[in-house]
Design a protein around this ligand. Structure first.
Ligand SMILES: Nc1nc2c(ncn2[C@@H]2O[C@H](COP(=O)(O)OP(=O)(O)O)[C@@H](O)[C@H]2O)c(=O)[nH]1
Ligand SMILES: [Mg+2]
Length: 350
């Protein structure tokens, strides 16, 4: 009967083990420290900077991974190094013109400061990038009249999502926000904005699918005045700069804003998807020619290696980046900070 005793013992052991585990769990729940820890967990959210840093990790390795190998392949600063560096910057989605500018700037600094060590040149490179990014007016200029932010861009770049996040951001800053569902092209677009309005806890003005977008904006501004809202954020249909009727519709909306508020929109933000790299730069160029863009919202910086495009948007198009998006959550947006961005980009880099 040895097998039976053994089995019985084992079962008993198992039961005892389970009981011990249960006791431990009960203790955990009842111990005040553990309880507090559990309570604190949701509060210990990752900071935006941590998210930015994490989001930029692929961009960081795309830019600096290759650059590091260029620097370590050369013993001294010479023309060959500059040539290879230029090629590397272009490959990292910094764009041709900006890369050429950066190399010229680096050559000038190397000469002035008598730099011969590749490592010292790297420090200069960081400075050049930081200077390009910080030479921009990245603040959104709002007043109380109410303020109007128009959000434009091609389909799928993240307009509606960014509006939801911005609504929540400005609400947390004490503004009374109202959303205008002026993307009347598809019913689903109106529904999507409505979900975001609910999430952010702000009001929304919407019409039927297919209705005149400028009429929605008109109603939204009137409603904002009546309800004491001080910020109207307008969603728009995804458009291309070369779609004549869509661009005309935008001017019509601009006229409504001017008539109703006595000023042009406080901000006309072009949303660009960072993961499209140089394509985002082309969109910036084209939209700038067709509309009075005041700034860029650069989305999807999380998980792309093409974040270097931010440098060329700032340098070549001279359009300030005003917000950056690093995820699909409501808190995954922040006003652009050149210093935070540069720091996140250069972190873990010597
Ligand atoms: N990972 C990531 N996804 C985003 C971000 N912003 C938007 N998206 C996603 O991009 C897709 C298109 O967004 P949407 O707001 O509908 O774009 P719209 O057509 O320009 O309005 C959605 O699946 C969003 O969740 C971001 O910053 N990061
Ligand atoms: Mg949309």
């Amino acid at each position: 009967m040895l097998w039976f005793n053994k089995k019985e013992k084992t079962q008993k052991d198992i039961i005892e083990d389970v009981l011990k585990e249960v006791e431990k769990e009960v203790e955990k729940v009842e111990t005040p420290e553990t309880f507090e820890e559990v309570q604190e967990k949701p509060v210990m959210k990752k900071s935006f900077f941590a998210k930015l840093k994490e989001g930029l990790s692929k961009t960081r390795s795309a830019i600096f991974g290759r650059i590091d190998s260029v620097f370590s392949a050369f013993k001294t600063v010479d023309d060959d190094l500059f040539e290879e560096l230029e090629e590397t910057l272009i490959m990292a989605d910094i764009g041709v013109d900006t890369s050429v500018f950066m190399i010229e700037e680096l050559k000038k600094r190397a000469k002035e400061k008598h730099i011969t060590e590749p490592a010292d040149l790297k420090t200069e490179l960081k400075d050049v990038i930081s200077e390009i990014l910080s030479g921009q007016d990245s603040v959104c200029h709002l007043d109380d009249n109410p303020s109007v932010i128009m959000v434009i861009g091609v389909n799928g770049v993240g307009k509606t999502t960014s509006i939801g996040k911005m609504a929540s951001f400005y609400k947390s800053k004490g503004r009374k926000v109202l959303l205008a569902a002026a993307d009347t092209f598809r019913a689903a677009a109106i529904d999507q904005l409505e979900i975001w309005a609910e999430r952010a806890g702000v009001d929304i003005i919407k019409h039927q699918e297919g209705s005149d977008p400028s009429a929605v904006v008109f109603d939204a501004i009137r409603a904002a005045k009546a309800r004491g809202a001080d910020l109207v954020i307008c969603d728009t249909a995804g458009r291309l700069h070369n779609k004549k009727n869509l661009m005309e519709e935008l001017s019509k909306t601009a006229r409504v804003i001017e008539r109703e508020t006595g000023k042009t929109a406080n901000e006309v933000l072009l949303v660009l998807d960072a993961s499209t790299g140089q394509n985002a730069l082309i969109q910036a160029r084209e939209f700038k020619n067709a509309a009075n863009i005041t700034g860029v919202v650069l989305t999807k910086l999380d998980g792309t290696a093409k974040g270097g495009v931010v440098v060329s948007i700032a340098k070549e198009q001279n359009i300030p980046v005003k917000f950056v998006g690093v995820g699909e959550g409501i808190d995954d947006i922040q006003p652009f900070s050149a210093s935070d961005f540069a720091e996140a980009l250069f972190s873990e880099v010597n």
